[in-house]
Design a protein around this ligand. Sequence first.
Ligand SMILES: [Zn+2]
Length: 443
Amino acid sequence: MVRVGGTAGGGGQEFEAGRHFVGFGPSPFTSVTKVEPVFLGFGIETDKYNDYAGQDVRGKDVIVLQGEPTDGRGHFLLSGSKQESEWSTAFRKAALARDKGARSILMITFAPSSSFSLMADGMGEALTEPGYELTAPVRQPLSGLMLNDAPPSGLGTYLTSLELGAALLGATPEALGQYVFGSYTTQRPPQDALRPQSFWIVVPQTRTELASENVLGLLEGSDKKDEVLVISAHYDHVGIQRDTIFNGADDDGSGTSAVLELAQAFVQAKKEGRGPRRSILFLLNAGEERGLLGSDYYTGHPVLPLAQTVTDLNIDMIGRTDPRHSPTDRYIYLIGSDKLSSQLHALSETANDRYVRLKLDYFYNDPNDQEHLYYRSDHYNFARHGIPVIFYTSGLHSDYHKATDDVEKIEFDKLAERARLVFYTAWEVANREQRPVVDSNKP
Ligand SMILES: [Zn+2]
């Protein structure tokens, strides 16, 4: 329960979980906590529009509005068009708040409590329907809320209804709408427009400790063995829901099988006297579906220092054909290859041209893409530590996170040929004279 005003014991205005707000990930709050939040507008940080200017949010609880500055008729300030930017997603804002060291983020949606509770029930089905929009008091597309995905780890993440949001900011819903228009008109965060109120979080909380393990296999290199290439996939999936087992054949049985095949190939090469110059860590992560937990743990407790970790090649869902391609297409999506290192990007393309010749599809590499896959698998925990990454995927499909993601639907020929591309790229990264140089940091 959230109580705005009042005391630890009672009083004030009360808002219930499920009806007025939903939480994701582990709650940083225990029993009864008084929260003195900071309001950070939309929670955006770009050259053009910055809510974080002059703010230190370490250890703090951040309130932001869902969406981004818009004129209310579908024009977005950041893109200068009718195209949403990456900041329309809850995930992007949560990731930034986490990277800034915040304790929690509360995102105010423009959904009135009546429809908010319905959507909270459906856990994102309605929210992620493309084009689903609400009308009061401003139109903000809700497509970006992405409740199907866990938020970044290490941050309490909450979505609130419009009414709770207004109470948290001591304002009317209309005033929140005015804030949105004001930000669009002046092209900067309106100053002193809304003042966050202190509130109580009352959490009857039971904590259960669950143990899990990442699975690591280290193949020692030769003359550059102090540097390590990581090849990763996640071996968890979404578990059992209402007595149905979700097998996750593509997500990420396909990636873990590929990692095992690569491990076998590199070990065989070493036996035949062609071992890698750099060490290779084959990393199967736990807890990816719960917020990239395994890779978060690994990058906090690496077996070789992160400074000597040259690249992460991460494989997540490479066994299917997505609706953007025809069944005969030989393709793979590459995400992130050019974000930190132009050399990694170039060597990846060369490896493909020379050996595999798949169509390299960079559709999801666009920072304005609605799915924001760059932030949604384990490679991101390496990228945020400045380590170049490539994320390999054949894309989303109708069985994604459904009980029907089964092995009968895997296209093994395609899986194998995509895994070969990762192999040739890995071979080059592990054996070339210089590690890929970090020369940029693109969103
Ligand atoms: Zn996955």
